[in-house]
Design a protein around this ligand. Structure first.
Ligand SMILES: [Zn+2]
Length: 246
């Protein structure tokens, strides 16, 4: 049964594709942080500032001030500070619930709640991009996400180039469990050569990260490699504006 469920999950992710053409004039790299553990701002923020780049922070209002995956999460003042510093804030549902556990109506309510929560704390700010909790997407949920956001970012490896699913943009995990398996230099070079869009997501950032996090040095290295490859480094929504051709 479990296997069938897994197959269904995998199949559902790829059905009902609304393709978009990703073809920037130069390769682009976007960095994002999901859930926003406090260190994604306190540790990563200075690295981003040093490189003079902006990232995208995918927020769940329901995680504010709490603990997730054994790490302290952001507080409202961190969200306000990163927003004021010019980083993008994107939507990650209100309660960090998998799309597999919500019908379309429950997802809409969750998105409404998160939009209201963020607007209230960021002076009416409206989020325009979305990241799937756990990377889980369904046909019905993708429809809802397409109605409301420019794109949905998943956790599927690879470079976005040519025809891609607007509701399931590829992304590599800046995660200690995954990083050793990536040829980052090769990926950056490929994104530059193919004139594609490489996106990455992380969580906590510390010298002793969780399996889902990375170190400040990892982050520094990723940004150095992106620049060395000649990629433009832009937050997700700003990247979207330059990578898409309908
Ligand atoms: Zn998440």
């Amino acid at each position: 049964m479990k296997q069938i469920d897994q197959m269904r999950r995998r199949a559902a992710r790829y059905l009902d594709v609304e393709a978009v053409t990703i073809a920037p004039s130069t390769g682009v790299f976007s960095l994002s942080f999901d859930d926003i553990p406090v260190t994604a701002w306190t540790e990563a923020g200075p690295v981003l500032a040093e490189h003079g780049v902006k990232a995208t922070y995918y927020v769940c209002g329901g995680l504010a001030g709490g603990v997730n995956m054994d790490r302290d999460q952001f507080r409202v003042e961190h969200l306000q500070a990163l927003h004021a510093a010019g980083h993008e804030v994107g939507c990650h549902t209100f309660g960090h619930t998998s799309a597999l556990r919500m019908d379309a109506e429950a997802l809409r309510l969750s998105l409404d709640a998160n939009a209201a929560w963020v607007a209230e704390r960021l002076d009416g700010y409206r989020m325009t991009t979305f990241a799937w909790p756990f990377g889980d997407a369904t046909v019905g949920a993708k429809r809802v996400v397409r109605e409301r956001f420019a794109l949905g970012r998943g956790v599927r490896d690879g470079i976005n180039a040519g025809r891609e699913d607007r509701a399931l943009i590829r992304s590599i995990g800046l995660e200690s469990r995954r990083l050793p398996g990536y040829d980052l230099e090769g990926l950056m070079a490929e994104a530059a050569a193919a004139k594609g869009w490489l996106t990455a997501y992380g969580h906590d950032v510390s010298d002793r990260p969780t399996d889902y996090g990375c170190t400040p040095d990892d982050l520094d290295r990723v940004l150095r490699l992106a620049k060395a490859a000649g990629l433009d480094v832009l937050p997700v929504s700003a990247a979207w504006a330059v990578v898409t051709h309908p």
